[in-house]
Design a protein around this ligand. Structure first.
Ligand SMILES: NC(=O)c1ccc[n+]([C@@H]2O[C@H](COP(=O)([O-])OP(=O)(O)OC[C@H]3O[C@@H](n4cnc5c(N)ncnc54)[C@H](O)[C@@H]3O)[C@@H](O)[C@H]2O)c1
Length: 293
């Protein structure tokens, strides 16, 4: 099937692109390379060497004979260009990773808050809006985050899909309702993921779009089966204070004998998923809904 991977140059997007290409799918990466520019803004870089997306796709073709197409599009800024691409290509599935994903970065200043909200909400809304306008019956898989629920409540039983509740009406009677699990974001970034899920709920209800919003925990690991095939296919490894997640930072601190930087009491619990499992999870969802048509 033809799959568009929005944000396919990023940490989760790149191994997902390789994984799906390896399965024989026609993979199209759409990315504005903003993540690479943010590295430059912060003065940091991945610990693993990162080749350009053009070079990485060239190596993949050389190693496997498979083509991953790359399209430089800003889906939050260039709505008409993006819509034009969707109209011409009409993918069977769309996987949406194209958002600013660091909570600390989203809280740095009022400009970073504006950027994160504008980028993430516009990216998601442009996609949904264009799908309806073009009558595109693709299955959309989005990577949300467990942080939507608020970290202190993660121990509660969170249902798949919607929560069945009863609300008291003015007459005092109880009325059954289906609602999303109460959102409780802890940062501007997490708040954009809550806005995303409302957009998904609305477009699924109003326009019948087929959407899966996966709320995973922190994705860790550098290699997947496909990235191991050539040293230039390796994934990024961030360990800075904005994009480096806790395991990566602890690993680097341990490696250089620096005391682990623990925030708060150190009693926090987090869910983790390895990148190999994450890409498999995305693949299962994309394939399941598309073949069910
Ligand atoms: N990394 C994790 O632990 C984790 C956990 C749960 C959910 N997620 C979610 O998964 C998605 C991908 O995360 P990641 O770690 O790969 O992030 P990332 O920053 O490495 O990748 C995001 C990619 O999207 C691109 N992008 C951003 N805005 C864009 C736009 N307007 N137009 C086109 N491309 C754009 C970036 O250039 C980048 O290549 C994010 O939405 C994130 O919230 C990540």
């Amino acid at each position: 099937m033809k799959i568009a991977i929005l944000g396919g140059d990023g940490f989760v997007g790149w191994p997902t692109s390789l994984h799906l290409s390896d399965q024989g799918h026609e993979v199209h990466v759409i990315d504005n390379l903003s993540r690479r520019w943010i590295d430059a803004e912060l003065g940091v870089q991945s610990l693993t060497p990162m080749d350009s997306i053009q070079e990485r796709t060239r190596i993949w073709k050389q190693e496997t004979g498979r083509t991953i197409h790359f399209h430089l599009i800003d889906i939050a800024e260039d709505y008409e260009v993006f819509k034009g691409w969707l109209a011409e290509n009409r993918p069977d599935a769309i996987i949406h990773f194209a958002e600013q994903r660091a909570a600390p970065y989203s809280m740095k200043s009022d400009q970073h808050k504006n950027y994160t909200v504008n980028n993430n909400v516009n990216a998601t809304h442009h996609l949904l809006n264009a799908m309806v306008e073009l009558e595109l019956d693709a299955h959309l898989v989005h990577l949300g985050t467990m942080g939507v629920y608020g970290y202190s409540s993660v121990g509660a039983a969170i249902p798949e899909g919607y929560l069945d509740v009863e609300v008291e009406t003015l007459s005092g009677e109880k009325a059954a309702q289906e609602i999303l699990y109460p959102a409780n974001p802890g940062s501007i970034y997490h708040m954009t993921k809550c806005l995303d899920q409302l957009l998904f709920q609305f477009y699924a209800k109003n326009d019948g779009l087929r959407i899966t919003d996966l709320h995973q925990g922190i994705v860790w690991g550098t290699h997947t089966e496909q990235t191991r095939r050539h040293k230039q296919l390796i994934n990024r490894f961030d360990y800075d204070g904005d994009y480096g997640t806790v395991l990566n930072r602890f690993l680097i601190q341990a490696a250089i004998g620096y005391p682990l930087t623990v925030h708060g009491t150190g009693g926090q619990t987090r869910a983790f998923i390895h990148i190999q499992d994450s890409v498999r999870c995305v693949e299962l969802r994309a394939a399941e809904f598309t073949s069910a048509r």
